[in-house]
Design a protein around this ligand. Structure first.
Ligand code: PMP
Length: 416
């Protein structure tokens, strides 16, 4: 990555705890480049108005900016049509929209929904709630001894009762890149719609939703250098045509009477009831343009190199366990230090200016299956450097034993 990338991110110029900031918590949220900050300020300074409602010139300009953002996102993930891009507030809302608006129509008592054993709570609880309500069965495909998922295991859980399936593209705990293409081929062959949670993928690798074969693909702007409060649901047009909205209200209707006829808008407007996050969409488009200018192949190689460097450095330390067996390429790595609670490690690193996430990473069943109370997660982005990775490794090596052991469960609630 070019050296000026770091200068694009104003927040990185500071010191934290008296040390240069090494921000290695990109899987939780990324920092924002000046290009994104400027786009949001410019939108509010020059074009702010509501979309799709008024005939005045400012509203037209805001609508154009909003729809241009949709087209930018479409091209980024290679959707066939901009109408397949629904703006939401993030991955969590995208998954809930599909669960409640689409899958709910297809699932009855005794039917099955299949998810993997490594899902983030946001791609687990919407399916669990739906199954509980319908008397359906949530089938969880177990991961192997290394916490990884095979396409064969996933396919083996599809039965004639399977009505829907969902899987993470990249694990937010171990960084495992799942065989989504093969899983999609298996679900497609059985006529089962598949949702892919791309929250940890889109910022780290080129994503082509058509080549992947995903029926639905979800992601969050804030994890890809865009603003908070904006996210995306991609859905294949023929599936969106059958989906119900989560929210009803202004903006998603064409004709309304109090009790009589009601004509609703088409996708994607149908799913964006209420005033949308227009500035967020504009900022997300700026983030997409930023990433595209860097080149997603280069971004992937850069993030994978840092992740591999971290894995090698940490594996070489006594008493450090790196989770997962894959050569890490997903942009993040999880590890544990013998005799130290993940919090101790996180506090120690923070005191030296290195920001990592600790705990269960909103994936408690999966972390439980690894047999630990939590992990330390370092996650990398375009502005991170090999020197920062080396600082991480050096500081892990000097972490002192604290008073929380790995078996001590009392602090985990803090990290949900
Ligand atoms: N899925 C995965 C894999 C994630 O990492 C996250 C964010 N941690 C989410 C879903 C939820 O994203 P958001 O909080 O932006 O809705």
């Amino acid at each position: 990555m070019t050296s000026d990338v770091r200068d694009h991110f104003p927040v990185l110029a500071q010191q934290v705890e008296g040390h240069a900031l090494a921000y290695l918590d990109n899987a939780a949220t990324t920092q924002k480049p000046r290009q994104v900050l400027d786009a949001v300020v410019r939108y509010y300074s020059e074009s702010n108005a509501n979309v799709g409602r008024s005939v005045h010139a400012m509203s037209m300009r805001a609508t154009d900016a909003y729809e241009a953002a949709r087209e930018t996102v479409r091209a980024f993930v290679n959707a066939a049509d901009a109408a397949e891009i629904v703006f939401t507030k993030g991955t969590t809302e995208s998954v809930n929209l599909v669960a409640e608006g689409f899958a709910a129509q297809m699932v009855s008592a005794g039917d099955e929904i299949v998810v993997s054993g490594m899902e983030h709570h946001s791609n687990l609880l919407p399916w669990r709630r739906l199954c509980e309500r319908k008397g359906a069965v949530l089938r969880v495909v177990p991961t192997d001894a290394d916490g990884e998922l095979s396409a064969e295991a996933f396919a083996g859980h599809l039965t004639p009762r399977t009505r829907f399936a969902a899987v993470a593209h990249v694990s937010n705990v171990q960084g495992t890149v799942n065989p989504v293409r093969e899983i999609a081929a298996a679900t497609r062959a059985r006529g089962v719609p598949l949702l892919v949670d791309g929250a940890q993928a889109v910022a780290h690798r080129p994503v082509d939703v058509q080549a992947l074969g995903a029926d639905f693909y979800c992601f969050s702007g804030h994890k890809m250098y865009g603003p908070m409060g904006i996210g995306v649901l991609y859905g294949r047009a023929e599936l969106l045509e059958r989906m119900d909205p989560l929210l009803v209200g202004g903006g998603m209707v064409k004709e309304v009477t109090v009790e009589g006829p009601l004509a609703v808008a088409k996708a994607p407007t149908l799913f964006e009831g209420g005033t949308p996050n227009i500035a967020g969409a504009v900022g997300l488009a700026a983030a997409v343009e930023y990433l595209s200018a860097l080149g997603m192949d280069r971004v992937r190689d850069h993030d994978a190199e840092l992740t591999a460097r971290a894995a090698a450095g940490l594996r070489a330390l006594d008493g450090v366990r790196v989770f997962g067996a894959q050569q890490p390429s997903g942009g993040l790595i999880s590890f544990g230090v013998d005799g130290l609670h993940p919090y101790d490690v996180g506090n120690h690193l923070s005191a030296h200016g290195v920001m990592v996430r600790t705990g269960v990473h909103c994936a408690m069943p999966f972390v439980d299956s690894l047999g630990v109370v939590g992990t330390v997660r370092a996650s990398f982005g375009v502005y991170n450097t090999p020197e920062e990775v080396d600082r991480l490794v050096e500081r892990v090596a000097t972490a002192e034993k604290g008073f929380w052991s790995n078996e001590h469960p009392t602090q985990r609630f803090l990290s949900l």
